[in-house]
Design a protein around this ligand. Structure first.
Ligand code: CU
Length: 119
């Protein structure tokens, strides 16, 4: 009986420690460069997405969609901060949508789109 009580206490302790991390590990976008609907100068465009939690840069995907619907994969830079995804692109003037898909460390994928204009 004594053993059982101890293991229950240990389990409850573990769950209490793990739960907040699981609940908040989803990667939500906090801010981006370019910002949504922003106009930036080309051709060299720095891309940076900042999340509220760690993201796995090797399993996250950025895609650029042009105004006429063409898509191009964006190669991510080496991850310099664990909450960020960075890349750079050479872009002609026009409107674009940056599609992002981020894998957070809890295994959940979040997605979003950031429209912006290059002039
Ligand atoms: Cu999650």
């Amino acid at each position: 009986m004594q053993m059982k009580r101890i293991s229950v206490a240990v389990l409850v302790g573990c769950a209490a420690m793990l739960l907040p991390r699981i609940a908040f590990a989803h990667a939500h976008l906090l801010s981006s460069t370019p910002a949504a609907s922003a106009t930036v100068h080309g051709p060299d465009v720095a891309i940076e997405l900042r999340f509220n939690s760690r993201v796995d840069g090797r399993h996250s995907v950025l895609t650029l969609v042009t105004a006429d619907g063409h898509t191009a994969a964006v190669f991510l830079d080496n991850q310099s901060a664990e909450n960020n995804l960075k890349a750079h692109a050479a872009l002609k003037p026009g409107s674009y949508t940056l599609r992002w898909q981020a894998l957070s460390t809890d295994g959940h994928i979040t997605r979003g789109e950031i429209p912006f204009t290059v002039r």
